[in-house]
Design a protein around this ligand. Structure first.
Ligand SMILES: Cc1cc2nc3c(=O)[nH]c(=O)nc-3n(C[C@H](O)[C@H](O)[C@H](O)COP(=O)(O)OP(=O)(O)OC[C@H]3O[C@@H](n4cnc5c(N)ncnc54)[C@H](O)[C@@H]3O)c2cc1C
Length: 327
């Protein structure tokens, strides 16, 4: 029988725990409280040792760390092998991670090695008696699937930007440096290079500010109005599905149920009606500004600030003001 503890799997990249980390830690804490157990963490990445003790500020008791140059780039077999050592050390009831690209690869590997039930990309998760219950969107967001895993241990991944990030407090976790030599010796894959695509643009799911445009822009030739405001603010550009389906913008910019889930500090919805499927992807934004010429548009029900006006007038004026403010 596993313990009542939760093991949070965290990635260290670019000198810090990745953005999804505090979201995983928030849910790990909540679920461990339900179980009456402790939160442990498995943190992997080159340089991760330096960030491990501070995880105590999130309520982590023990942080198991895999830190060596071999962990500089994500290598699924290697990380899963090292995670196995952390799992063996704390025998958790639940292994929780984020459904990021590495997380989507890692979750099934850990579940297979534990012969455990797996719930991926969850938008809701709970412990119900001895079982884990979760909800996950399926068929490109057309339906939600309810999952119940009756026997522990459980492995689950949560969709990024859906759950609120935990706030860091004070306190140190006990740091356990894992000996990764065995894992490195066993791995059959070597990652030679990771070559990020140089788009020169802010990544949508990581962006602090997003300016999204919808069908109110009337055509792709007017999207420069959205791009200019985004550039002035240092923001990422997003889009509604209507304009993506129309071929005005790439799918990589689509926000919503069948696009990306985002939770920036500031979200501009320009000429977007606020359909439930769009809202599903951005409603957790901290501050929402809507610009729409229809005062009855449902986006205004959600917006913190609403501008009833024409995007062709409001966007250039706003961009000009932002540029002037920024000098
Ligand atoms: C299964 C499913 C999944 C979906 N997934 C997604 C998803 O992931 N993301 C998503 O966005 N949608 C999704 N949709 C589509 C969604 O239902 C809406 O059709 C879509 O969001 C509408 O996009 P829109 O707001 O740009 O267009 P519209 O609904 O046409 O709204 C345009 C808005 O612009 C305003 N407007 C027009 N002219 C101006 C102007 N000059 N100035 C200011 N405002 C103006 C109008 O008042 C209107 O409110 C999905 C639908 C389904 C069925």
């Amino acid at each position: 029988m596993p313990s009542n503890d939760v093991l949070a799997i965290l990635e260290f990249r670019g000198g810090q725990v990745t953005k999804a980390g505090p979201e995983v830690l928030g849910q790990a804490r909540r679920l461990a409280d339900t179980l009456g157990g402790a939160v442990h963490a498995f943190l992997y990445g080159e340089g991760a040792n330096g960030a491990a003790a501070a995880l105590g500020g999130y309520g982590v008791t023990k942080a198991y760390v895999a830190d060596s140059p071999a962990f500089a780039a994500y290598n699924g077999g290697l990380v899963a092998r090292a995670a196995k050592d952390a799992v063996a050390a704390c025998d958790p009831r639940l292994v929780l991670l984020a459904a990021t690209s590495p997380g989507k690869d890692l979750g099934p590997r850990i579940a297979a090695s534990l012969d455990a039930g797996l719930a991926v990309d969850c938008t809701a998760i709970d412990i119900d008696g001895d079982a884990l219950t979760a909800v996950r969107p399926v068929y490109a967001g057309k339906a939600n699937q309810s999952i119940r895993i009756a026997a522990a241990p459980f492995v689950a991944s949560i969709r990024p930007n859906v759950f609120p990030p935990a706030e860091a407090g004070a306190g140190d976790a006990e740091v356990v440096a894992l000996d990764t030599a065995a894992a490195e010796g066993e791995t059959r894959i070597k990652v030679a290079e990771v070559a990020p695509r140089e788009t020169g643009k802010v990544e949508l799911t990581e962006a602090d500010v997003i300016v999204s445009g919808g069908r109110g822009l009337k055509g792709p030739e007017h999207f420069h109005l959205v791009e200019e405001l985004a550039e002035a603010l240092g923001a990422a550009v997003g889009a509604s599905r209507a304009v993506v389906d129309a071929g005005w913008r790439p799918h990589s910019e689509q926000v919503g149920q069948t696009g990306k889930t985002v939770s920036p500090n500031l979200y501009f919805a320009c000429g977007i009606s606020g359909a439930i499927q769009h809202v599903a992807g951005m409603s957790s934004s901290k501050c929402i500004v809507a610009i729409n010429k229809d005062p009855e548009a449902s986006i205004f029900k959600l917006a913190d600030y609403g501008v009833v006006g024409d995007v062709f007038e409001v966007l250039p004026a706003l961009t000009e003001q932002i540029r002037a403010l920024k000098g």
